[in-house]
Design a protein around this ligand. Sequence first.
Ligand code: BDR
Ligand code: CA
Length: 308
Amino acid sequence: RETIIIDTDPGQDDAVALLLAFASAAELDLRAITTVAGNVPVAQTTANALRIRELAGREDVPVHRGADVPLVFPLSTAEFVCGPDGLAGADLPPPRGEAAPGHAVDALIAILRAAPDDGVTLCPLGPLTNLALAFRLAPDVLPKVKRIVLMGGALALGNVTPAAEFNIHVDPHAAAIVFGCGRPIVMMGLGVTLQAIAAHEQVARLLDHGNAAGRTVHGMLTRPRPGGLGTVGHPMHDPCVIAFLLWPELFSGRDCHVEVETADGPLRGRTTIDWNGRLKREPNAHVVATVQAEALFERMFARLATLP
Ligand code: BDR
Ligand code: CA
């Protein structure tokens, strides 16, 4: 089993990623969920992580609340895509439980310190603020990180701006720290995640099993998308991270050097990906570019059917 921590800003696609991880306990040992401000402010992303944990009946996994603002820039959120509470379409009650004591950054450091070298895979699904803070406060934890499989960046066009993908745009300084940390990185950017849009008939099958998790995901994937940035259907960006851990054979990509633009201007948050190795720089990430979407959704929805 791979030991993982999910750092997240739910967000509907974050919620699906969390459910996929909960449904995959045979392969993934989910040690903690850490929350960050992103799609909505951190009080709400924390409440949403708790709501999803309760939906899955997995109160054994601690949720730690993390950074409420990016390292340098003011927070910009995405209610225009995910609704005022971040989980539009989910129709879930407020959480019964509470976040575990301790800041997410302290939790990350403590779990990593207690782990063997190469012991923990980090799965960031939102802005990279918590990871950057942990790496700066406690660089001794870096050898404990087996790999970082992250959703962020774009090979071609961005979504929140022409140049940038949302997670990197919100906190480019944190992203630059993470891409420079020296540990193995798998980058799941828009180039691949915009291929991960479920066909209508596949989404409908989420209702076949009569389980609450299936109904919830169906509600989120069929909600109206007033803020949908030009795509038809709901791209499952963040679930690609968990799916990559489970079924790497469905994905393909290339080792590349990735540079993050931190200056505040039209290129803020742009990931410049040296796909053809022109800069002759050491690759710092495996950039994923394709996914077999039909197989992905078949496997993913079958897994979600095993949840309560
Ligand atoms: C990313 O931004 C968020 O809105 C999604 O949850 C995903 O992590 C896509 O750009
Ligand atoms: Ca996210």
